[in-house]
Ligand binder design. Structure first.
Ligand code: SF4
Ligand code: MG
Length: 982
């Protein structure tokens, strides 16, 4: 056995690479890593089973990727691809073709939610279910180790049985979970591979022999031709079983198309597939006296009733089938399959939904499913993991405590502070350097960065089955003290647990509830000022390795000397190209850690503190305090179509910046470059007259040249600042002295935090940066990465166009920072459809506007002689300015609608809106280029802004971190160009 720590995506890519001649890829979360790994190995010229380097091509869309796969297969090359969610859906038409033509191949899927009322990058089975009728075989894995073996079984079986495979596992939960697994290498699997079958596939290709494929058939023969393929589906379960047995024999595993686990005389059984099966096993182990069991579905298609019956205990009276998807208006797919399979048996079967969009499914939820089966009338079509107080379909959690010997750790990091990598490092170091087992899973909130990350780590002596969050940690680590005011981090920590906090505060300043928990739970409490250590060692803000070193030092999960030596090795590897100084700075920083850890003596006085229950106010407030899981179905009744209020990010006040800009008035030339460049809309300029100054006493101002009665001031929304320091780098200042410098958050005076009631004086033309900056942005405080290079453009666009904009936004970075729950940074109508259809989506909006404009025009013209003079004047004003939002809005408010009732019903269309189609280069130049091309060739009045990072942005979030001065100067010009009607 060769154990190594890796995630599900890597395990899958590892096997897939060995079998493939070529891979045709298009990235989509959470499957991207598979394609990236294959691409990386290909560029290193690593060899596959045929001793060749895999040829990798990146296409313009998933439809393109699978089209290429089809062509490769038709000509005899073993071709693979990797996808999820909408990506898999885009492959469906081609999948029918590939399966119909019996072309053996594998699509590897990190199963992910399909967009409905909202997009979700997280995992469930809605994508694989949507593709289940394509004629592919479907093979499912429970955990990372399974992925290694099942990927192997999929490739072995497809060449034997000719039917192509969807090889799937749970997105994020399995694709991104780090686990210590047995890794197979080429020599391990070579003797399992029947190379004759692969050669036979090549010999049947259109290159090897003359043939015609993909003909047109009519009603006389099409049907019979389809039925001629039945034998392949009849045979496939046996073929899969054959290869599973070979794998079992060779590697000591125990796989079958369906696997049973639990009591031999079980009367209650759950049928499920995917990662939840490991949680179910934990519940069964814990309740070993109960007659309960689990059937894990591995081969989902073809669904073999024979193999299901082989493992189903005779004693079973009731079955609950769990589906990780929702099928509206009928039962869920797996439930229907089981009902169909067992319709001659006297068994009560109910179905239920769980884990949609990676919703955590705990042992308590699973135990509730067994308890439900105890009832004479078990609830059917139930849900677990949520509280449905509307249709009352949810089962109440049933208390169960899993006795585990694992060490459990929960690390709260600040998005992009490096803690996710640090925890991955911890897991790898412990896993690779001890005989024990590890599990690491990272949970993110929806902010691109600057949000909370929670790393759930487990370390134990046995392979770890807990496929759910760490809910009762021994150790809690927090890298950002301001989180303590916002998030409840310690309510679930175990008694006598360890709490490690990175802070510059004195402990007296901690929130009372935190002090209460520390004292009451008798926690061991350690603090460290990682930012200070980082600064002293010239690696400002780079706290992750310092925290990693502190965690090893305090928790002793690995001998500290070993851990620190390994960390030093990895620093040398990582930074050696950047020079010895950087290497030394990093090494010094982690070496200083032991002296800087303070073992806090918890003051006696803390025992007198009382705990104050915190109440959250509605959906947005709950989500922003990480309490979204507590919201009930009834909380969404008024949002059932996924609609939420705009302009709500201003309420978040995240206060996440370690450093804030300080305004040095004597160096300021009021150029407003900082205002324009601020990616988060935090800085705004104001020009105040005497009265306005009186209403804002004490604020810092400077003179306005040539206007002795007026003063210029910059307003800084410090609580919304991310501390990116873009403003300081663009600041022109005076004679080489900057007017903006970064200072420690707590040392900034915040005098100019809020400047109220100031009118825009329009002193400067809006066509220059200085003047435009005074326009109120309709896009502020987004969840974009600190220093984002895209958001200044978006913000500026809203300043140029102003009220009356409506945005159609392609899926991508801009839809994540623009439309992630809980808050909206836009103060205008914004919506997102898909990644691939944005041009057409915006085009549809543009059509509506034109159609309604024409209709209004007709009504006004035909009624001109019948209405009063007042309305006549207004109608003419509208007709002469029908493209101008401001005028048409004013007109709409003044019309006497009693005279034209037909106009009243379409009143909201009278103010003319402007459509902006906005998205990244992935949408516009790759997947959506056809739509974009077509829309641009139409005569419709729509506007398009492409945010082109020229790279796959998720991978290079910091690519455009700092706006160069020259870019700033070109910015206005570009936006003006874009504003021209296309
Ligand atoms: Fe003043 Fe610097 Fe901002 Fe220009 S960029 S307005 S000089 S603070
Ligand atoms: Mg891009």
């Amino acid at each position: 056995m060769k154990y190594k720590v890796m995630d599900g995506n890597s395990a899958c890519a590892h096997i897939s690479y060995m079998f493939s001649d070529a891979a045709s890829i298009y990235p989509i979360t959470p499957a991207s890593t598979m394609a990236e790994k294959v691409d990386e190995w290909s560029s290193k010229e690593e060899k596959n089973l045929y001793n060749d380097t895999v040829k990798v091509v990146e296409m313009q869309s998933e439809a393109g990727a699978i089209g290429t796969v089809h062509g490769l297969l038709q000509t005899g090359l073993v071709a693979s691809t990797y996808t999820a969610s909408q990506g898999l859906l885009l492959m469906i038409p081609e999948m029918y073709k590939i399966a119909g033509e019996l072309l053996p191949s594998v699509i590897n899927v990190a199963a992910r939610t399909v967009s409905t009322h909202a997009l979700s990058i997280f995992g469930d089975h809605s994508d694989v279910y949507a593709a289940r009728s394509t004629g592919y075989s479907f093979l499912s894995s429970v955990n990372v180790q399974d992925v290694m073996y099942m990927t192997l079984v999929a490739y072995l079986s497809t060449f034997d049985g000719k039917i192509p495979f969807v090889n799937f596992f749970d997105g994020f939960r399995t694709s991104h979970e780090l686990s210590k697994i047995n890794v197979l290498d080429k020599d391990d699997i070579k003797d399992l591979v029947d190379f004759d079958l692969i050669n036979e596939f090549r010999k049947n290709s259109s290159l090897a022999k003359k043939q015609i494929k993909g003909t047109t058939q009519n009603d006389d023969v099409y049907f019979q031709n389809i039925e001629a393929r039945n034998k392949y589906y009849d045979e496939m379960p046996n073929i899969v079983n054959k290869y599973m047995e070979k794998v079992n024999e060779k590697f000591g595993t125990d796989y079958h198309p369906f696997d049973y686990y639990g009591s031999k005389d079980a009367d209650k059984v759950i049928v499920a597939m995917g990662s939840v099966c490991d949680t179910i096993k934990e519940v069964i182990d814990e309740k070993e006296d109960e007659k309960i069991g689990l059937i894990t579905v591995r081969l989902y298609r073809p669904f073999s009733i024979d193999y299901l019956l082989k493992v189903l205990p005779k004693s079973v009276k009731k079955i609950a089938v769990l589906d990780r998807a929702k099928e509206n208006g009928t039962g869920e797919p797996l439930y229907l399959d089981v009902v169909n399979a067992l319709n001659t048996k006297n068994i009560r079967i109910v179905g239920g939904r769980y884990g949609l969009s990676s919703k955590n499914t705990s042992p308590e939820d699973i135990y509730a499913v067994y308890k439900n089966l105890e009832s004479d009338e078990p609830v059917n079509s139930f849900t677990i993991g949520i509280v449905d107080d509307v249709t009352n379909k949810s089962l109440k959690k049933e208390k169960i405590k899993i006795k585990s010997k694992n060490i459990e750790m929960l690390v709260y990091g600040y998005g992009s502070d490096g803690m996710v990598s640090a925890t991955k490092d911890i897991i790898s170091l412990v896993g690779d350097n001890t005989g024990g087992f590890v599990q690491g899973y990272n949970q993110y909130d929806s902010k691109k960065s600057g949000g909370v990350t929670m790393s759930h780590l487990r370390i134990g002596k046995e392979p770890i089955k807990s496929s759910y969050y760490v809910e009762n940690p021994h150790i809690v680590v927090c890298t950002k003290d301001s989180y303590l005011d916002k998030y409840d981090m310690l309510s679930n920590i175990r008694k006598n647990g360890i709490f490690i906090l990175n802070t510059s505060k004195i402990i007296d300043d901690l929130p009372d509830n935190v002090k209460y928990q520390i004292k009451n739970k008798e926690l061991k409490f350690y603090i460290i000022n990682a930012h200070e250590i980082a600064r002293k060692n010239n690696i400002p803000n780079k706290i992750s390795t310092i925290m990693e070193s502190a965690i090893f030092n305090i928790t002793k999960i690995l001998p500290y000397d070993l851990a620190i030596n390994k960390m030093k090795e990895s620093i040398e590897k990582k930074f050696s190209k950047k020079g010895i100084e950087i290497v030394n700075n990093n090494i010094n920083a982690i070496s200083n850690v032991s002296d800087s850890i303070i073992d806090v003596k918890v003051p006696e006085g803390w025992s007198k503190i009382t705990y104050k229950e915190v109440k959250y106010n509605g959906v947005l407030d709950s989500i922003s305090h990480l309490k979204g899981d507590d919201l009930k179905v009834s909380d969404f009744i008024t949002h059932d179509d996924g609609t939420f209020e705009v302009n709500t990010s201003k309420f978040e006040k995240r206060n996440i910046a370690e450093f804030l800009p300080c305004w040095n008035t004597e160096n300021c030339i009021s150029c407003n470059q900082c205002v324009l460049a601020c990616p988060h809309g935090v800085i705004r300029p104001k020009i105040l007259d005497a009265e306005e100054l009186k209403n804002n006493p004490g604020i810092k101002t400077i003179d306005v040249p040539g206007k002795p009665d007026l003063k210029f001031a910059l307003e800084f929304s410090y609580d919304d600042c991310t501390g990116c320091s873009v403003c300081t780098s663009v600041c022109l200042g005076k004679a080489g002295n900057k007017a903006l410098t970064m200072a420690k958050n707590e040392e900034v005076d915040r005098i100019n935090k809020r400047i109220r009631g100031v009118k825009n004086k329009h002193l400067y033309p809006e066509t220059i940066v200085k003047g435009l900056a005074f326009n109120k942005p309709l896009f502020r405080y987004s969840g974009a990465c600190a220093g984002c290079g895209e958001t200044p453009y978006v913000k500026m666009l809203t300043q140029v166009v102003g009220e009356g904009m409506i945005i159609a936004n392609a899926t991508g970075c801009s839809s994540i920072y623009g439309g992630s729950m809980p808050s909206s940074p836009y103060n205008l109508s914004w919506s997102n459809s898909l990644f691939e259809d944005n041009a057409e989506y915006g085009f549809g909006m543009g059509l509506t506007i034109s159609i309604m404009k024409e209709k209004i025009e007709n009504i006004m013209t035909s009624n001109m002689d019948k209405v009063s003079d007042k309305n006549k004047k207004l109608f003419n004003e509208w007709l002469n300015n029908k493209d101008d939002y401001k005028t048409t809005k004013e007109v709409s408010e003044k019309i006497d609608y009693k005279e034209v009732p037909e106009l009243e019903v379409i009143k909201d269309y009278i103010p003319t809106k402007t459509v902006w189609i906005l998205g990244g280069d992935g949408w516009s130049y790759d997947i959506g280029f056809g739509g974009l091309d077509h829309v641009m060739s139409s005569n419709e009045n729509v506007n398009i802004l492409v945010l082109d990072t020229e790279v796959y942005s998720i991978k290079v979030v910091n690519h455009l971190r700092v706006l160069e001065k020259v870019q700033l100067q070109n910015l206005l010009l570009k936006v003006n160009l874009h504003l021209k009607k296309i």
